[in-house]
Ligand binder design. Sequence first.
Ligand code: HEC
Length: 109
Amino acid sequence: MRKMIALGIVLGLGLAATAAAQDAKAKGEKLYADQKCAMCHSIGDKGNKKGPLDGVAGKLSADELRQWIVDAKGMTAKTKSTRKPDMKNYALPKEDVDALVAYMQTLKK
Ligand code: HEC
């Protein structure tokens, strides 16, 4: 009986974690739209095709994705990117950055 309860709790927590990840993804997708990232980036058929983000999750780690959002100037220098207009640093609350990163991480090819 106790085992069953423990199993139920584990399953419940697992589902809650999945739901939280999906929430973050949906929030990130909304932030991506609100922050007008599509002015310079595209996902699928939408947005600026000069900066496709499709498959970016396979290319960059979560840390690197985060760095691009909070320190785009630093990353531009580091990657020697010459694309203009260059990206600005986004001073967003940590939860928003987390959500954007979670969304970017779903962009696998
Ligand atoms: C003013 C244009 C502009 C806007 C707006 C912009 N970016 Fe960027 N972003 C760039 C440029 C330029 C690069 C460098 C890419 C390159 O050199 O190909 C870049 C790089 C990136 C990268 C790394 C891509 C890679 O393939 O290495 C990510 C991730 C990214 N941006 C996410 C975002 C997100 C999320 C937003 C919105 C919060 C955003 N960008 C808004 C211009 C922009």
